[in-house]
Design a protein around this ligand. Sequence first.
Ligand SMILES: O=c1ccn([C@H]2C[C@H](O)[C@@H](COP(=O)(O)OP(=O)(O)OP(=O)(O)O)O2)c(=O)[nH]1
Length: 150
Amino acid sequence: MKQPFYKKPLQIKVKYFSNIEPLTKISKGDWIDLRSAIDVDLRKGEYFLIPLGVGMKLPEGYEANPVPRSSTYKNFGIIQTNHFGVIDNSFSGNLDQWHFPALAMRDTTIKKNDRICQFRIQEVMPDVELITVDELDEVSRGGIGSTGKN
Ligand SMILES: O=c1ccn([C@H]2C[C@H](O)[C@@H](COP(=O)(O)OP(=O)(O)OP(=O)(O)O)O2)c(=O)[nH]1
């Protein structure tokens, strides 16, 4: 959802750890692409934390979620091992550089500045209290997959 015109955009402080291209919002959408900060060769089956060249101070009450781009696997043959990244608001120290945890499914080369993933921010979960109980609802749904295929 777009911000109403009278609301100021939320500010995100970005620290660059290397001379990669500056981040910009993607032209057709609301996510922000992230770039590899280095050239890296990976062998099939290899795991490597690819530095993304940035660290950020997010607005209070927000976290960031990096995910692969839809084209990441086709272009680079890598999978993001945590699938849906969670960057905590407190990950904002001077050395807290964002990384992409990559698993190479084939031999591959990623070049510095290649756009390998994207992120957005979203509000953190509200305060919750975890309460241990003996019973939940009486009516169970019948197990995973019990509603069928169609
Ligand atoms: O894709 C990701 C996910 C996380 N992080 C950074 C920011 C995050 O705040 C920190 C820790 O992430 P997470 O809590 O998911 O990992 P953990 O395995 O629980 O590590 P920790 O013990 O540091 O919390 O690592 C990244 O750079 N990239």
